[in-house]
Design a protein around this ligand. Structure first.
Ligand SMILES: [Zn+2]
Ligand SMILES: [Zn+2]
Length: 418
């Protein structure tokens, strides 16, 4: 058993060493000129520009990388009792030998992460697939360094680059919306504020796009140009149980978010979108824990559950933001600051957390993963994928003609996260 664990550890170590070599190839000049040959090999569809450059890249990057891995792992195997650590060395040989073959123009099929053609799946989460690695070449060369396991990128905060991404946020003028706008801008993103509040003001750096509940379809074409849609709006009618409040809670917190989500996902229609587009949904801690606001909880749970179901067939990455209580003008006793929550969201997003939990409630870290796994399995067993129809008609704004202002969003965030 101990040797089996050593064998697994040896493979993880080999991969970490590979990733360190790759990072050095970007930041250490003596290696950089050699590694950059690899970056000159491929077109955006990952087809090879020149076979000569491809062969040269094997000598200047792939083969030295495998030798470096051996240089670290062989001594470790020598000083470790048993044969377990030698498994890592055999694993490295399985890369070194094909690299030699590719340098002769043979065994080209072994270059798995650079297989030419359209991207067909979203980026891998724990392992590197073509879509994940494509981003290293064509999204941000200073991110996505990992070769097979994504551990090193997650530790370095390089598993998602926000640099240059166009991110649209609903509920943008609320306390959290403004904090997120600042943090995402700091991370290099171009933020667009989607707001239904005509009186909200933003700095000149933030583009503002007005929208209204029930008129989501008007945003469909505009979503084509958005990389990340962050759904952050909502209402909390604060204990009201009149039927109009029920309608309003579901219409705003659940159905408008779901319509926007679906319209955005329809725009994931090109190969590169699989790599670049993402949907982020603030489903709140109320998705799993009491928020002392039943309608808010019910509508947010509906949203959370249906997003879990949508993830089963998602054409791109869908992240959930599951947030605890934070301080704002309407919730002076909130324990976290909106700025620290926003900072936490960006920190975890860069580490490719798909369920981004920022809270002081330790139970949430248990209840949310359990709920997500069990609900996902239940939906997978008892639903099936069907062809989706486009959302083309506007929906009615049930229950209210009042615009959903971002101050309402703020109220939602504060009152619900007790
Ligand atoms: Zn590189
Ligand atoms: Zn590459």
């Amino acid at each position: 058993m101990q040797q089996v664990l050593l064998a697994i550890a040896s493979i993880v170590i080999a991969e970490v060493v590979r990733d360190i070599f790759h990072v050095a190839g970007h930041f250490w000049e003596p290696l950089k000129k050699h590694h950059m040959v690899h970056h000159r090999v491929y077109r955006r569809d990952l087809s090879v520009i020149s076979m000569d450059t491809f062969k040269k890249a094997q000598w200047s990057h792939d083969i030295p990388e495998a030798f470096f891995m051996l240089a670290v792992c062989v001594p470790l195997a020598v000083v470790t009792p048993g044969l377990g650590m030698w498994v890592g060395c055999l694993y490295i040989l399985a890369f070194l030998i094909p690299a030699f073959a590719r340098a002769q123009g043979k065994m080209l099929y072994t270059d798995l992460t650079h297989e030419a053609g359209a991207l067909t799946t979203p980026p891998g989460h724990w392992t590197v697939n073509r879509t994940y690695h494509w981003r290293h070449h064509f999204d941000d060369v200073d991110a996505y360094f990992c070769g097979y396991l994504t551990i090193v990128d997650k530790i370095m905060g390089k598993a998602l680059s926000l640099k240059g991404k166009t991110i649209a946020i609903t509920g943008a003028s609320g306390t959290l919306g403004r904090a997120l706008t600042r943090e995402l801008t700091r991370a290099g993103a171009k933020v667009i504020a989607l707001t239904s509040n005509p009186n909200s003001e933003f700095t000149d750096a933030v583009k503002v796009v007005p929208w209204q509940i029930g008129e989501e379809a008007a945003l469909r074409d505009w979503f084509e140009s958005i990389d990340i849609l962050l759904l952050n709006h909502g209402v909390n009618d604060n204990g009201d149980r009149h039927f109009a409040a029920v309608q309003r809670a579901y219409e705003v917190n659940a159905f408008s978010c779901l319509r926007l989500a679906e319209l955005f996902l329809e725009t994931v229609n090109r190969s590169e979108h699989k790599a670049l587009k993402e949907l982020w949904v603030n489903t709140s801690e109320a998705e799993a824990n009491p928020a002392f606001s039943p309608l808010y909880e019910l509508s947010k749970r509906t949203l959370g559950d249906l997003i879990t179901m949508r993830r089963l067939d998602a054409p791109c990455v869908i992240r959930k933001l599951i947030l605890g209580p934070f301080k704002s003008s309407l919730n002076p006793v909130g324990i976290m600051s909106a700025q620290s929550v926003a900072r936490g969201i960006v920190f975890l997003a860069k580490r490719d957390f798909r369920n981004i939990i920022v809270t002081i409630n330790p139970l949430t870290f248990i209840t949310i993963p359990l709920k997500e796994i069990s609900q996902s399995l239940y939906f997978r067993l008892f639903t099936k994928a069907t062809k989706r129809s486009s959302i083309t008609t506007n929906s009615t704004n049930a229950g209210s003609t009042e615009p959903v202002t971002d101050s309402v969003t703020e109220r939602e965030q504060t009152h619900s996260q007790v």
